[in-house]
Design a protein around this ligand. Structure first.
Ligand code: NI
Length: 169
């Protein structure tokens, strides 16, 4: 297993639209394992392949308190949505910032596991929000796209400054 490098906003690679997974092999399983390790280490509750510069429709997550309920969603699709929920969101690609985003509160999801088997489930609350947030990544979208451009620009400038300081140091 290996820790993967997480791309940071405003890296343009975060804007890549991911392609469907069609090969369910050992390489895919290795990526899944590495992404889970990277997510737990960060620590975060979700990570999309886009964030580690792999542009395939794969995300991992764990919204449990004890961090022992990992979920792997490949080629996820939202079949139905219900209700609305406003929640403060953060993102491993936008470290240190939390902004309120409105999303569906209940969703019905269909996805494949790392062997290619299809499964369906209902998610609500934090899990539903997390899935929608991670699925946005697969389409090149970030949670800061939901806030005002003024606020987004401020975050971008601060993160760019931070990156320059890190490169100098
Ligand atoms: Ni994110």
């Amino acid at each position: 297993m290996a820790l993967l490098n997480i791309l940071l906003f405003p890296d343009p690679r975060l804007r890549t639209k991911a392609v469907e997974v069609s090969t369910f092999d050992e390489n895919l399983q290795t990526l899944v394992d590495d992404m889970l390790e990277t997510m737990y280490e960060a620590p975060g509750i979700g990570l999309a392949a886009t964030q580690v510069d792999k542009h395939i429709r794969l995300l991992v997550m764990d919204v449990s308190e004890d961090k022992n309920e990992s979920r792997v969603l490949i080629n996820p699709q939202i079949l139905a949505v219900e209700g609305e929920e406003e929640m403060d969101e953060g993102c491993l690609s936008v470290p240190g910032y939390y902004e309120s985003v409105t999303r569906a509160d209940k969703i019905h999801v269909r996805a494949q596991d790392s062997r290619g088997n299809f499964f369906e489930f209902h998610a609500d609350d934090l899990e539903a929000v997390c899935i929608q947030h991670e699925m946005d990544h697969l389409d090149g979208k970030l949670f800061v796209d939901y806030i005002s451009s003024l606020k987004r620009d401020r975050i971008r400038k601060k993160l760019e400054k931070l990156k320059k300081q890190e490169q100098k140091g």
